[in-house]
Write a protein that binds this ligand. Structure first.
Ligand SMILES: [Zn+2]
Length: 306
């Protein structure tokens, strides 16, 4: 916690400046420190590519803290309008299968720099085999037919994000799944838009210079998560391993029929103060961790072997 020292503010002393330059400087530094702390608290759990969480990060503790900390001003009372908004739906064709979002649906020319891990990295990072930023601006495609339910700049660890809601038939019933595309350089679709399998939706980015360019991909079973991952169990009850999901659903039966999907299912996102989450300054972490360098080497070796 920031301690306000007595010398930070000088109240009275006629004839002298009320606050000296040195005091102003110190106050400014303290304010910056405090702001960083606050932003960090708000955002920590939402950074998709943050390093593996320290053991102290416990879900229960975070939940309590967020409830206390999230500002009251962003919680408007429910109104008739918001009620009808929450029941909004859109039509989408039942997905006839799912593809990888890069490399023409096959991830050709890309490698998985970081895989899915429960309670850790809840998606996959896809990088071009050229390494570094060679994939910056590369096309990103919808993994399947669906409706865009979210598309905006989330700042901080996320950058530009798109979430597409898919409906598909499996085991006699229609299921929903959300695919999330993060760190995008450009968003080429808008919320409410229907997209087709393999349709161009975005360009690979680096989250405003935070990482080496790569695509962060998530596939969620639970369509209530949105951008509030810390409110939900971070395991297989809510998430699929993206590659496993895609591989198991490449070809699905579809009559070409349409179905209705809900547009507003993100139960906790209304409390996120997006405009307070702008980047302030970031050390470039370089998505090129040793893990990713190893994966690249492996990918190149396997390519030359075949
Ligand atoms: Zn990631």
């Amino acid at each position: 916690m920031v301690e306000v020292r007595p010398q930070t503010v000088a109240y009275t002393e006629p004839g002298k400046p009320i606050v000296t330059i040195e005091q102003m400087r110190r106050a400014g530094a303290l304010a910056l420190e405090k702001m960083k702390e606050e932003i960090h608290d708000l955002d920590t759990d939402n950074e998709p590519d943050a390093p593996p969480p320290a053991p102290k990060k416990q879900v229960a503790a975070n939940a309590v803290r967020s409830v206390e900390r999230l500002p009251r001003e962003s919680e408007p009372p429910p109104t008739a309008q918001s009620i009808s908004f929450s029941s909004q739906t859109a039509f989408t064709r039942l997905a006839d299968g799912f593809d990888f979002p890069i490399g023409k649906g096959e991830a050709r020319g890309y490698y998985k720099a970081r895989g899915f891990r429960s309670h850790g990295h809840l998606g996959e990072d896809w990088d071009g085999v050229g390494g570094g930023d060679t994939d910056l601006g590369d096309p990103v495609y919808a993994i399947g037919d669906g409706v865009v339910v979210f598309a905006r700049d989330c700042h901080q660890g996320w950058g530009n994000v798109i979430i597409i809601r898919h409906a598909y038939r499996e085991g006699g019933s229609v299921r929903n799944v959300d695919s999330l595309y993060g760190h995008l350089q450009k968003i080429l679709v808008h919320r409410g838009q229907t997209v087709k399998r393999d349709q161009l939706i975005a360009a690979i980015g680096n989250a405003h210079g935070l990482y080496d360019a790569h695509l962060h991909l998530e596939v969620r079973k639970n369509i209530a998560i949105g951008m509030s991952r810390n409110k939900f169990a971070q395991d297989a009850s809510n998430y699929y391993d993206p590659s496993d999901f895609i591989a198991a659903h490449r070809h699905l039966q579809s009559s070409g029929a349409s179905t209705r999907v809900a547009m507003n299912t993100f139960t906790h996102d209304a409390k996120i103060p997006w405009d307070k989450l702008r980047n302030y300054s970031h050390a470039r972490t370089g998505g090129g961790s040793s893990e990713s360098a190893y994966a690249l080497k492996k990918a190149l070796a396997s390519q030359s072997a075949h």
